[in-house]
Ligand binder design. Structure first.
Ligand SMILES: Nc1ncnc2c1ncn2[C@@H]1O[C@H](COP(=O)(O)OP(=O)(O)OP(=O)(O)O)[C@@H](O)[C@H]1O
Ligand SMILES: [Mg+2]
Length: 495
């Protein structure tokens, strides 16, 4: 091999290894593979065959994916190309070279070699691990001896690299498709349609939120714990123009004060112990999408000042870096505290409050929208049934009454947990009030009008027992009675 040839072949191997690293789209890659092979063997014609993907049985046929100087449809035609050469490679999985095909005893029966006057043929398998993926074929009619043993070895080495590149590109495409599909699924999961309460208690908040989703303004979601603040934040993000961008949720209360700044804005390597690498913050990660700042009322005043600057300047400065970086992020924040009070008490900056609170959305607690309870309960029942299978369960009238009466201090999350637990505990086709595991009496039912003093006493004792986990001594202490009195009454009520 001449020195020129050697360097040309290194060049080809270099080009193909670059292609492997660049994870191109599969069809673009195939074109390049074919061109590099043609050019480096000075071939006249060529084509590349691949088994269709997703790869069915090994016996599946091969398709022409790229052809050069030959019509794709004539590749399977024995008068056009040497199908005997191709078939040998595909059946044995080994390279084939013919220096002078016309004089080659192996191809005496090959019509193409005679009719097309093919002189030089080289064909190598494309294999990934042990699987035959396809083949690269090149030929030349101009002169015999155009391809040498060296050409074949080069082509075989080249094909090994090309096979890896093709496999990578296919995997990459699969992942990309999968990613798109999952994104669409997520979008569907967090659509407004998934939020129960459209026709009842949440109506007003939801219709405002739907309109706000189409804009880019900052939203502050307020509501007690478990009312669905995060659910609403996601619905806003996934219904708006940023739906294809990331949704990054940050629980500000869960991150220690000392770390929050670098979590949100990133840091430069070596700025503090543990900063082993440069790292981008969550604001940068949310670029093009939304950041959800949960428990926003809990951040310190110095952090509030930094956050305010980010919102005003629309840029972040990583800890330890001088130059700010621009970010394009929509801010959705949430809290279960009363922000107005936090501001009045000087715990929250008023200017930041106004920036975050361009549109306030307040989700009412569940006890103020009891009409949602049956809808939500059925929704969670259906979901539990879909997830875990088993038998579809109904709520007994008593159970529904209990759900309606209960105060739900943990709001929808508590209802969700209660229903899920009940589906596991219920042994019939129906969930009874006992399966719910809810405290017997709440403040509301305790003072229900029209009950007798005796009934009031019963409810108060049972409620107190619930609150102290059934401990009679502690219940007696609270009620200012003796343990024996409690035991006596319980016995009486049970009879
Ligand atoms: N209207 C609703 N329809 C359906 N599911 C809901 C609704 N509201 C809340 N949920 C469900 O209740 C659970 C709690 O909701 P989420 O986490 O959004 O509440 P949160 O207000 O962020 O609570 P916390 O203040 O405790 O963080 C979630 O599983 C959510 O899917
Ligand atoms: Mg939350």
């Amino acid at each position: 091999m001449s020195e020129r040839d050697t360097s040309g072949r290194f060049q080809a191997l270099y080009e193909i290894s670059s292609a492997i690293n660049s994870l191109e789209d599969a069809s673009g890659l195939l074109e390049r593979v074919m061109d590099i092979a043609m050019e480096h063997l000075s071939a006249e014609r060529g084509f590349l065959l691949l088994r269709p993907e997703p790869s069915p049985a090994e016996s599946a046929g091969f398709n022409v994916r790229v052809a050069r100087n030959i019509a794709e449809e004539s590749v399977g035609d024995a008068r056009q190309v040497s199908t005997s050469v191709v078939n040998t490679v595909l059946s044995r999985g080994e390279p084939v070279l013919s220096i002078d095909a016309m004089d080659d005893a192996r191809f005496d029966d090959s019509r193409s070699i005679v009719t097309q006057q093919i002189r030089s043929v080289a064909c190598v398998p494309l294999r990934n691990r042990d699987r035959l993926m396809g083949a690269i074929y090149v030929d030349s009619r101009s002169s015999k001896g155009k391809f040498t043993q060296d050409s074949l070895e080069f082509l075989a080495a080249f094909a090994n690299l090309a096979a890896i590149a093709i496999e990578n590109a296919r995997l990459y495409e699969d992942l990309r498709d999968e990613n798109r599909r999952l994104r669409d699924e997520v979008k569907g999961m967090f659509a407004f349609e998934g939020i129960i309460g459209r026709n009842t208690g949440l109506k007003g908040v939801l219709s405002l939120a739907e309109r706000v989703a189409l804009t880019d303004v900052s939203v502050l979601i307020m509501g007690e714990s478990g009312t669905g603040k995060e659910l609403l934040a996601k619905a806003i993000h996934y219904s708006g123009a940023r739906r294809n961008g990331p949704f990054i949720a940050v629980n500000c209360a869960a991150i220690p004060e000392t770390l929050l700044e670098s979590e949100l804005f990133g840091h430069k390597k070596g700025t503090f112990t543990g900063a082993l690498n440069d790292r981008k913050g969550l604001f940068e990660s949310a670029n093009g999408g939304s950041i959800f700042l949960d428990e926003i009322a809990d951040i310190s005043l110095p952090m509030q000042a930094k956050l305010l600057r980010v919102l005003q300047e629309r840029e972040v400065r990583r800890v330890g870096e001088a130059l700010p970086r621009p970010v394009d992020v929509r801010v959705i924040s949430a809290t279960n505290k009363e922000m107005q009070k936090e501001v009045e008490a000087g715990r929250f900056r008023e200017d930041l409050y106004y920036r975050l609170n361009v549109v306030p959305l307040t989700i009412p607690p569940l006890r103020e929208r009891r009409g949602d309870i049956p809808l939500l309960a059925r929704h969670f029942l259906e979901r539990a049934y879909k997830q875990h299978g088993g038998k579809p369960l109904q709520l007994s009238a008593g159970a529904m009454k209990r759900l309606m009466e209960y105060d739900w201090p943990g709001n929808v999350r508590e209802l969700e947990n209660t229903v899920e637990r009940a589906t596991v505990l219920a042994d019939g086709a129906e969930i009874d009030s006992g399966d719910l595991g809810l405290p017997q009496f709440t403040t509301r039912t305790l003072f229900e009008s029209g009950i007798t003093l005796d009934e009031f006493e019963r409810r108060l004792v049972l409620k107190t027992l619930d609150e102290v986990g059934g401990n009679r001594t502690r219940a007696a202490e609270r009620l200012g009675v003796s343990v024996r009195w409690i035991q006596y009454r319980l016995k009486e009520w049970l009879e």
